[in-house]
Write a protein that binds this ligand. Structure first.
Ligand SMILES: Cc1ncc(COP(=O)(O)O)c(C=O)c1O
Length: 362
């Protein structure tokens, strides 16, 4: 106890925790975290309002929720193949907790979602991150296949489509990767799959491919980010192992009630996704016409390279009531801003401010 308090594990002492600027966002146009920008279905709000006071006093119950997820997915899955988590963040944490050990390797891509790295580090894992390729940030399939074969990593994490590049990998190729590495748990983070439709799940028999695990969330499309609920879907034994390292009541009752209502109202989510797709096309058109360097692929976000210092523009946009995410320090996309896509009206508001601050004609 040299420094006056008990040291944590060495991996934790040297850890840089995942941190995101999360305060003071409520009154602003939030295009910084790829959230749903209009809120969940009114039926979700109604269900939450109807929670009787005494239900708050008792521990949450999860009966029927796995079945509701299966029904929503419309796939021939057993409810035991659905793991329930306090957001996909908690599912990711549980995967590393259950499978990642000191000296083992996480294979992934770069740049990608920022939470994989601290989860690997807290387990003492080595990280091998293969860069996306070229101007279009193509998926580095061959390089990844080589590393997979040479390193035989414990975990392979693929974000599909990738946050923040939007890069997509065909589900057939994901299945091939999994089949080629039966000792590696291949985790496919499908948080933004609704915007591309290329899920690996309809093609997967988890009994034949038990080393594949898919992550889905109600945060981004269904608009439940504030309630925290996500799912891990895979072979029953794998789902059981990652569920073992979570607490018995990690998902609260509000999230459960909201999830039932959201899963029942798929039409609302489909309508929101369709609006985001329209807004994304409109936004891409404006950027194209104005000659602004940008990159748009899968997901409810795109990358823009401003002419001025991105940190300065980020701050000026905030002054104008709009939040975006500067990608400073991220490999390959340093100098860009990641802009989440909301409704067309919201993108018009963003574009008016952006064009003004960059001296473009909107
Ligand atoms: C790729 C990716 N995975 C997982 C998460 C976390 O999802 P959740 O809100 O369900 O924890 C995010 C959130 O930004 C994400 O972008």
């Amino acid at each position: 106890m040299e420094q006056g308090w008990p040291p944590a594990r060495p991996e934790v002492e040297s850890l840089h925790a995942y941190s995101a600027p999360l305060e003071g966002r409520r009154q602003l146009l939030r295009l910084d975290f790829n959230e749903n920008t209009i809120g969940p279905s009114p039926k979700v709000v109604e269900a939450l309002r109807s929670i009787p006071a005494d239900h708050i006093a008792i521990y949450p119950e999860y009966d029927g929720l796995r079945e509701a997820v299966v029904a929503n997915l419309g796939l021939p899955l057993d409810p035991q193949q659905i793991g329930l988590f306090n957001g996909v963040d908690a599912a990711i944490h549980a995967v590393f907790h259950a499978y990642g050990d000191r000296g083992e390797t996480l294979l992934t891509t770069t740049p990608t979602f920022g939470y994989y790295t601290p989860c690997a580090q807290m387990q003492g894992m080595a990280i091998e991150a293969v860069p996306y390729e070229g101007e279009r940030f193509a998926f580095p399939l061959e390089a990844l296949q080589h590393r997979l074969r040479d390193l035989q990593p414990r975990l392979l994490l693929i974000c599909n489509p990738n946050n923040p590049t939007g890069t997509r990998l065909a589900p057939e190729l994901i299945l091939e990767l999994a089949a080629s590495a039966p000792n590696t748990l291949v985790v496919v983070d499908e948080l933004y799959e609704a915007f591309t439709g290329d899920s690996v799940m309809p093609l997967t028999d988890f009994n034949a491919t038990p080393n594949l695990l898919v992550l889905r969330s109600l945060a981004k499309t269904a608009g439940l980010a504030g309630l925290r609920i996500g799912f891990a879907i895979g072979h029953q034994a794998v789902v059981d192992r990652i569920s073992r390292v979570t607490g018995p009541y990690d998902i609260n009752s509000f999230a459960v009630t909201a999830a039932f209502a959201a899963l029942k109202d798929q039409a609302y989510v489909d309508g929101y996704v369709a609006e985001v797709m329209r807004a994304r096309a409109w936004m891409a058109q404006q950027l194209q016409a104005a000659g602004v360097r940008h990159h748009v692929d899968g997901g409810n976000y795109l990358l823009i390279w401003p002419n001025q210092d991105p940190a300065q523009l980020d701050a000026a946009l905030r002054e104008a009531g709009i939040l975006v995410r500067a990608m400073g320090g991220k490999p390959l996309i340093d100098g860009s801003l990641r802009v989440s896509i909301g409704t067309t009206d919201q993108m018009r508001q963003f574009w008016a401010a952006y064009a003004r601050l960059e001296g473009l004609s909107a």
